[in-house]
Design a protein. Sequence first.
Length: 299
Amino acid sequence: MLPPTVTDSIGSLHTKTHFSPVPLSVLKGDSPVILGVDEAGRGPVLGPMVYGISYCTSQYQDEVLIPHYDFDDSKKLTDAVRRDLFHKMYETRDIEDVGYATTVITPTDISSGMLRFPPSKNYNLNQQAHDVTMDLIKGVLDRGVQLSHVYVDTVGPPASYQKKLEDRFPEVGAFTVAKKADSLYCVVSVASVVAKVTRDILVESLKRSDDEIIGSGYPSDPKTVKWLRETQTPLFGWPIEMVRFSWQTCQTLMKDGNNGSIPIEWEEDFINSKKNMAQQWTLDDQNSKKVITLDSWFI
């Protein structure tokens, strides 16, 4: 059975969010509730970026999760161990007192945000990550959960990010934003596993055949670069549901005429580029020079 965090996202071009039911032990309020946030897939050129959260009582973390389960930074665990841990959360319910949620940010939405025009309106990856994190926290609060402490694996400078979260959620008892939080706090480790398993399954679903080799998805992976080169089409590049066109790796390949790519120069880029200002057309308007740009020719 596939995790519920992936079912709506398979084949989707747009961002999807899933919330698990809130555990009864959390709603009772007998023990402080803690929440962890982590992501998977920030750096790859292929596939989505997935944000995961997990939350439970501090008592459940200390008395059940830490002594009985091997949660850790998901990158340190094998794929089989990660999937088994998450399976115990959503299927067998061996780990029944942990709530979780994910937001799957698709390559299409990542690229659409980062490539907004003009560039001053770009919605960069840090902004996207911050907004998704705050939406997930808000979603838990809206479900009646009172959070005593939220632990976040940092995106950008920890101090300014923590201040941003504290200002946004004054009702939360405390925030801790730290580097390597998934190795320091068990509740973040759980979120890391949820995010990583969700992303891995979604990346697998992108393969068009069982024997297709796409590598890890990172630009530094020779297998991924080989796949990009071999599957690139001259005009459209790659399937938009698979590839983040905003990554420099893709932009370099798309501009490389040696691989058959068709170079495209956009009028807006030309008009707004300072280095091309000297090339703008001029017309003699009653003995004075007047700058005329192509966009003024059309209604």
